[in-house]
Design a protein. Structure first.
Lengths: 391, 285
């Protein structure tokens, strides 16, 4: 088609007339603006990508529409950099005028996001960051989480270890929010179930020079060790722990982040490690099998727990928008529907707690080959205590 | 007994730090270039070793070839980019080498992806020596320590006993005068830069089996390398050696004696030494 000057002017005036129309006149024809604020570079890039893939899979399974309306994505790379969080969130909220915020992985960054989301009353879904306060002291009606609180996956491990007759434990974790909260959750469960003492060792985040601490563990000879590490640091820790000969004498336990996504990197050193998490290999439910097949087909890679959390964020938003047929002005109804949602997740069905965090099964898993194979349900329908939340 | 093992841990960590930071201090001291991308070459060395050892199945092949490739990259960078910085302000160097960090991270993401990788310890060294009933020491770590000592001795010998070393020292104290006396300064600088880069890559290569080959690994070591250079005195290899060992000791003791505050032990050490000797341990005032 040849564009003449006259035609161009006619179209341009039509276009500008469109933008001048009052908002209600356009109504349902407008796309729902979804802001994805996730790490696409740096240490957590892989997680950001998996969450995005999972979210889009949930939407695409509904023909690319939620509540009958198409979605338009706005993406910001948060770089897992807390100091840039308010600015990055504002880009989505103020500049792109998004209707929904989805993010993020890093707990420090999520604090900045929550602050802006509360100030501007923007609907927000957290697809990973485990910061206890996000659905605790900082909880709000417009903030939901589809992943976990740091307390949640660690707490059941305390009872499992105490039940096995373990009494004195050394905990070892990175000295930062997620590490401290994970150890606190474990300690609470362990002492409650009859454990005697937990002695805390710490290492600055993201330092991975473990040798001194391994020597200290060997000297103190606890009944067992509980750790919190993830990603590259986790892979190195597993190798170092095995190389120091400690696997043979002092059992190692952890929340599942230790062994997720790194089994290829550690070779045989992780074999037999037991961890607790809200997802596992070999769940063998119909939903999980379908999800894994669909994800592998769409993204040419195997899904992990982060992809599941992203997928569930999509399901949760769908539930909210379906209830109002995509009418975003009915905010109260959307939130009510999301609060009552029963999410048919690959990890197993879960519901929302009062504080907007999943009430979910936590699984005990064991490393077999390159899988975190399901052993049993460590805690059925576990809810975060949501300390400090007044919802 | 456990204190002796902790001492061994400290020395072992310190020597690896020395290997990593010796190149940085050489480049900084002799050429006056602050190379923030130094840590990136630690990463480059580790990733090349991961890739080459996967392709060929041999770590003994991967380490020297990976180091050689890094040396070539170093030469290329010096002649195309770094050379333009010598007469410029430090701020330009910081900007450019920071840019290089981003470039190398992005290239890593494109070529190798964002997953965590591991390199297997070679069979011959894949065993541990039992030290107590609970603890054994992996032989590969002892091997790294021995290699670091050998490199340190070699560096000392080259710098203090050979003609090339004489030229390096001359170039360090007065480049114009050395140039007037017939030392080929551009060639010398290119060689020093490439060797410095190769040392960092070699550290990454040899440490690959005991660390995880992961995104951002270079940035984690950069800060502590800069601390070594500052404590040791800019350009001083001897100073870097003492500084590395001191940091190894401070880090190890910090972790066992004050685990809650172990993150600050190294920086307290730096502050104390700078108050006492602002020019660093290895340099005369």
């Amino acid at each position: 088609m040849k564009v003449t000057r006259r035609k161009f002017l006619a179209q341009a005036s039509l276009l500008s007339a469109g933008t001048l129309l009052p908002k209600f006149a356009l109504g349902q024809a407008q796309k729902i603006r979804v802001g994805l604020m996730l790490p696409y570079t740096g240490t957590f890039a892989q997680l950001g990508t998996a969450i995005t893939n999972g979210f889009k899979l949930a939407v695409n399974e509904r023909g690319g529409k939620l509540g009958g309306r198409e979605l338009e994505y706005f993406t910001v790379d948060d770089e897992s950099e807390p100091s840039k969080a308010p600015e990055n969130t504002n880009k989505l909220v103020q500049r792109d005028k998004v209707d929904v915020l989805v993010g993020t992985v890093h707990s420090g960054v999520v604090m900045g996001m929550i602050k802006i989301a509360k100030e501007t009353n923007t609907l927000m879904i957290v697809p990973n960051a485990g910061l206890d306060a996000a659905t605790g002291a900082l909880c709000a009606t417009n903030i939901f989480r589809t992943s976990f609180s740091n307390w949640q996956p660690s707490y059941p491990m305390g009872k499992i270890m105490a039940d096995r007759g373990i009494r004195n434990v050394i905990s070892l974790a990175w000295k930062y929010g997620a590490g401290e909260e994970a150890v606190a959750g474990f300690t609470e469960g362990f002492i409650k179930a009859g454990g005697k003492s937990v002695r805390g060792l710490w290492i600055p985040f993201p330092n991975t020079e473990f040798q001194a601490l391994l020597t200290e563990i060997a000297a103190l000879k606890p009944d067992a060790v509980f750790v919190f590490f993830a990603g590259g640091g986790a892979a190195k820790f597993i190798k170092d722990y095995a190389a120091a000969g400690l696997r043979k004498t002092i059992p190692l336990y952890s929340s599942g982040f230790l062994t997720d996504g790194i089994l290829d990197a550690v070779g045989n050193d992780a074999e037999g490690l037991e961890t607790t998490l809200h997802y596992a290999d070999g769940l063998n439910s119909k939903k999980d099998k379908e999800f894994r097949a669909a994800y592998a087909k769409a993204h040419k890679s195997e899904p992990d727990v982060y992809a599941v959390q992203g997928y569930d964020a999509g399901l949760l938003l769908a539930t909210g928008l379906d209830a109002v047929k995509g009418d975003l002005t009915k905010r109260k109804e959307i939130i009510a529907a999301m609060e009552k949602a029963k999410i048919d997740s690959p990890r197993g069905a879960w519901t929302m707690s009062k504080a907007h965090n999943p009430i979910q099964d936590i699984y005990l898993r064991k490393v077999v080959g390159k899988e975190n194979r399901l052993v049993s349900i460590a805690h059925k329908a576990l809810a975060d205590p949501a300390r400090g939340c007044k919802l | 007994m456990f204190y002796l093992i902790q001492l061994l841990n400290a020395v072992q960590y310190g020597l690896l730090l020395f290997l990593l930071s010796s190149g940085l201090t050489l480049i900084f001291g002799i050429m006056g270039v602050i190379n923030l991308a130094h840590g990136s070459f630690y990463m480059v060395g580790a990733y090349l070793t991961y890739w080459l050892s996967k392709m060929t199945g041999s770590l003994w092949f991967a380490i020297p070839i990976g180091t050689a490739i890094a040396f070539a990259i170093g030469l290329l960078l010096e002649t195309t980019i770094i050379r333009r910085l010598y007469r410029r302000d430090h701020l330009y160097q910081v900007l450019l080498t920071f840019g290089l960090i981003l470039v190398f991270e992005e290239l890593r993401s494109i070529f190798f992806g964002d997953e965590v990788h591991g390199v297997a310890v070679p069979e011959v060294l894949n065993f541990s020596i039992p030290l107590t009933e609970t603890l054994s020491y992996p032989v590969y770590r002892l091997f790294i320590t021995a290699v670091c000592l050998a490199i340190a001795a070699l560096l000392y010998f080259v710098i203090h006993k050979t003609r090339a070393g004489m030229m390096i020292r001359a170039g360090n104290s007065n480049p114009e005068m050395a140039s007037a006396l017939g030392v080929n300064i551009p060639l010398l600088f290119a060689a020093v830069f490439a060797v410095g880069i190769a040392l960092a890559a070699f550290a990454g290569a040899i440490a690959a089996p005991v660390t995880s080959v992961a995104p951002g690994m270079g940035n984690q070591v950069l800060i502590v390398c800069l601390v070594v250079v500052v404590i040791g005195g800019i350009g001083s290899i001897n100073g870097a050696m003492i500084a590395s060992l001191l940091i190894g000791l401070a880090d190890t003791l910090g972790k066992i004696l004050a685990p809650e505050y172990s993150g600050v032990a190294v920086y307290l050490l730096m502050a104390a030494i700078l108050l006492w000797r602002p020019q660093g341990l290895g340099n005369k005032s």
